[in-house]
Design a protein around this ligand. Structure first.
Ligand SMILES: [Zn+2]
Length: 407
């Protein structure tokens, strides 16, 4: 059945813009087919987005399907990339990675700079200075409207709707009104998102999540993170904490996690947990994670066993995601994939043992994504905020209040 107007509270503008962005150039008839919106609704919304400068007609031949389905020829649509853009910055413990993207999410400028003092106030000042430099670079790119929106991502328990950081363990931040502080410092709209969720938006728009409606991204490294897309929508959950598989109790219940709970995946499989164990096993307090990886690859049985145990716990976490959500694929990313060879066998064995029924068949894709791709995700979140700002919030609030689900 074709629908017109908002789809279960999701604005049609968001559906049309995102479809053109991920599948364009695309004919309006094909947008209607992919979104389930009526042809009339697509035409109305496309006109609105063209008038706002966000979409444009692609040069070239009229799309055949538009001729047949709508009775008149029209060019396919694409995102007007040069209309404007956005900034994405990921805040890591000791580094800021920033990107300027055009409206289609195309990377235009990428930069890194050290974060020498990661306490809240100096970090906000460093982000603001970085933003001003990125904005100066963006000025030279010839956008119709200079980009202003900033997407900021960091690990931890982040309330996307308010920009409030409840807890970011690797920065040591608790209860920080980050969105408001950065927004004041840069005098521009700022949206804050959990780093894995932002990366997942980039995967959905440009990566292995393109064209599929159910998938999960699991990150291994400093933390064990996860974000989930169900029926085409990023699942944030009631308090924006959906997907925290790092704190599923699948590990040794005797081991306490930094979060205070016991048996968390992260307490055995994060980089720090691995390093602590490798140091204890070798008696070398100065061991680095790189040296531990080398020892394991050189055949040190004790160190290999520690990586293998971490792989087992990660495999159980992946199986939990597969059993709970039945994704079409699971994408594994994060800096830990550089030593994936040390986890792989244990991950596969634990996954095969614990995945139930058809969940066995869920393919696991390992992706070595640089942090620029994470920053691109933050820029993508800022594009969402730019193109469908409060409407998205209203939809989220409505869904939360009424428990309405899509699909
Ligand atoms: Zn925990």
């Amino acid at each position: 059945m074709q629908r017109s107007g908002p789809v279960d509270g999701t604005p049609a503008e968001a559906e049309v813009f995102t479809t053109v962005l991920t599948s364009g150039p695309i004919a309006r008839a094909d947008i209607a087919r992919l979104t389930g919106l009526s042809s009339a609704a697509v035409t109305r919304v496309a006109k609105l987005l063209i008038d706002e400068g966000y979409l444009e007609y692609a040069p070239g031949e009229p799309a055949a399907s538009d001729e047949t389905r709508m009775g008149r020829p029209s060019s396919p649509l694409r995102v007007h990339a040069d209309q404007t853009g956005s900034f994405g910055v990921i805040v890591r413990r000791d580094e800021l990675i920033g990107m300027v993207c055009d409206l289609a999410g195309g990377p235009r400028v990428a930069e890194r700079r050290p974060l020498t003092d990661n306490r809240v106030e100096p970090a906000v000042a460093a982000v603001a200075a970085f933003y001003r430099d990125l904005a100066a670079s963006a000025q030279r790119l010839g956008f119709v409207d200079p980009p202003a929106h900033l997407g900021l991502s960091l690990s931890g328990d982040i309330d996307h709707d308010t920009g409030y950081v409840r807890y970011s363990p690797f920065l040591g931040w608790r209860d920080v009104d980050l969105g408001a502080a950065v927004s004041r410092a840069v005098a521009a709209p700022v949206v804050v998102e959990n780093d894995v969720k932002a990366l997942t938006v980039a995967e959905q728009w440009f990566g292995l999540g393109r064209g599929i409606t159910n998938f999960a991204v699991v990150t291994i490294g400093t933390g064990i993170g996860c974000a989930i897309v169900v029926d085409g929508g990023l699942v944030r959950g009631a308090h924006s904490v959906a997907g925290e598989i790092g704190h599923l109790p699948l590990g040794d219940p005797a081991v306490q996690c930094h979060c205070g709970a016991h048996g968390c995946v992260e307490a055995e499989a994060s980089t720090k947990a691995l390093l602590d164990r490798c140091r204890a096993a070798t008696g070398r307090d100065d061991l680095t994670i790189g040296a531990a990886v080398e020892l394991a690859r050189a055949g040190d049985d004790g160190v290999r066993a520690i990586f293998s145990r971490a792989g087992q716990v990660i495999g159980l976490a992946l199986a939990s995601v597969a059993n709970l959500l039945g994704p079409e694929r699971v994408i594994v990313a994060g800096e830990g994939v550089s030593s994936y060879d040390l986890f792989e066998t244990a991950i596969r064995e634990a996954f095969a043992e614990q995945a139930f029924g058809a969940a066995h068949q869920v393919p696991i894709h390992v992706r070595d994504l640089p942090f620029e791709e994470w920053a691109r995700g933050a820029a993508a979140v800022a594009i969402q905020e730019l193109v469908f700002p409060s409407r998205q919030r209203v939809a989220n609030d409505m869904r939360r209040r009424t428990g309405v689900r899509r699909g």
